[in-house]
Design a protein around this ligand. Structure first.
Ligand code: NAP
Ligand code: HSE
Length: 434
């Protein structure tokens, strides 16, 4: 791949999507035209735009731009050099128009993690065989330049592990439950009122949105094809205020944490609620902010924190990509040629970790011993055990295990029900070393 000096001709953008991110892009292009031209040596202009509803008031002056109701037609226009896709969705318009843009010889900048999580490899192959680039900084952790860090600044490292809190809505919900002592359902509703939730809230609270992002980081970090289907996904819906309090009591915070690492058994990708030490940078992350932690063999650990969503931060990332293209920087989509990306062998939670188990037991002689025996029979050793409040004939018991794989933990949990002392199902959370 090459870097060529920026030409004097303007770089012309076709902007598909005039929602939160699209209008954020319009505002940067309009407000920062001089500084962008100074930094790239050429003007960056929007020539044409597309959205569904032409009559909508969008709080921006769009009068200088041609209108296309069909984003695919926009992608093919002769006066467009870069197709900026900020519509969303992984099928239909976004996919069709992106392919059309590549076929028409345009570079692509997108904020669409779902599109790349589902079609990243095919799109990267198509772009690279057409000599075009696809950039997607805005798709992962909004304004945090994590793709740039992995593909450029850390390119001389073997990446050991990538971790992150990459869904601001989930972090808002979990930290608000903790600080206000409110139950999940109440804070979920609050998040809805504040407009934090995606149209399909399960994308947020089910971990899917953050799982999309993790799969993209893993591809770059480990030189593997995007494997979103292999991400172990668990949302935050089962986390109770009791778990948050008990975790805090032991010096931990609960986060929806993404972890990707390559072990001898293959590629582990998890987006699950985890306990992290309260004193760690991840443990101290509050509200809707994102944090990405990168670990390289030579650089050690790097922590990046910032806004993961919103018009300004997301458009900032889109424009970082546009400016790279204006400057002539042309990198492969996932940091190395798409044809050289390996098919990953999925290894679900192969790395052992301590686990937190909260359970309700019948408060009768021998109950705890039966649970301890079930753990022992599955080869899981107990590190800490506490018994909390009695409610009638039931008691809350908290167990922290020594390191064990999730498979061993699951084997132990499968032995709990036949003991006849367990009320309901236990809550099982991994304790991640960060
Ligand atoms: P949004 O506010 O819902 O805006 C989507 C825009 O796309 C709207 O202008 C809509 O037109 C247009 N659109 C949708 N389908 C279309 C179609 N078939 N043809 C033409 N236009 C179409 O979405 P957003 O929040 O800006 O998000 C855009 C993308 O950025 C998504 O991929 C999202 O995941 C990603 N992203 C967003 C954020 C964030 O903070 N919002 C952060 C990171 C990444 P109308 O306005 O006429 O309906
Ligand atoms: N729903 C996402 C979040 C928006 O809460 O972080 C940015 O991808």
């Amino acid at each position: 791949m090459s870097t060529s000096p920026a030409q004097n001709t303007p770089l012309r953008l076709g902007l598909a999507g005039l929602g939160t991110v699209g209008i954020g892009v319009v505002k940067i292009v309009q407000d920062h035209a001089d500084v962008i031209a100074a930094r790239t040596g050429r003007a960056v202009q929007i020539t044409a735009v597309s959205a569904r509803d032409r009559t909508r008031n969008r709080d921006a002056d769009l009068s200088a731009y041609a209108w296309e109701s069909d984003p695919t037609a926009l992608a093919r226009r002769d006066d467009v050099d870069v197709f900026v896709e900020v519509m969303g969705g992984h099928e239909g318009a976004a996919y069709d128009a992106t392919l059309a843009a590549i076929a028409a010889g345009k570079d692509v900048v997108t904020a669409n993690k779902a599109l790349l999580a589902h079609h990243g490899q095919a799109l990267a192959l198509a772009a690279e065989s057409a000599g075009r680039v696809i950039r997607f900084e805005a798709a992962v952790a909004g304004g945090i330049p994590v793709i740039k860090a992995l593909t450029e600044g850390l390119a001389g490292n073997q990446i050991r592990r990538v971790m992150g809190v990459m869904n601001g809505t989930c972090n808002y919900i979990l930290t608000r439950m903790q600080s206000a002592g409110l139950p999940y359902e109440t804070v979920f509703e609050e998040a809805r009122q504040l407009g934090y939730l995606e149209a399909d809230p399960n994308l947020d609270v089910g971990g899917i949105d953050a799982g999309h992002k993790l799969s993209l980081l893993a591809a770059i970090a480990f030189g593997t094809q995007v494997a979103f289907d292999a991400v172990e996904l668990e949302g935050i819906g089962a986390i109770s205020i009791d778990d948050i309090r008990l975790a805090e009591d032991m010096g931990y915070k609960i986060k929806l944490l993404g972890v990707a690492q390559m072990s001898g058994r293959g590629l582990e990708q998890r987006m699950t609620p985890c306990l992290v030490p309260s004193t760690s940078p991840l443990g101290q992350l509050v509200g809707g902010t994102n944090m990405v932690v990168l670990e390289g063999d030579r650089v050690g650990q790097i922590v990046m924190r910032g806004a993961g969503a919103g018009a300004g931060p997301t458009a900032s990332a889109v424009m970082g990509d546009v400016i790279d293209i204006a400057r002539g920087l042309r990198l492969p989509t996932f940091g190395q040629a798409a044809a050289t990306l390996r098919t990953p062998i999925p290894a679900t939670s192969a790395t052992a970790a301590a686990h937190y188990l909260r359970m309700t037991l019948l408060d009768k002689p021998g109950a705890l011993a039966k649970i301890a025996t079930a753990l022992g029979e599955a080869g899981v050793s107990i590190d800490q055990m506490r018994q909390y409040s009695h409610e009638g004939s039931e008691a809350t018991v908290l167990i922290v295990t020594h390191k064990a794989t999730r498979a061993d933990i699951n084997a132990a949990v499968a032995r709990f029900a036949p003991t006849g002392v367990m009320v309901g199902a236990p809550v099982v959370l991994r304790i991640e070393e960060v």
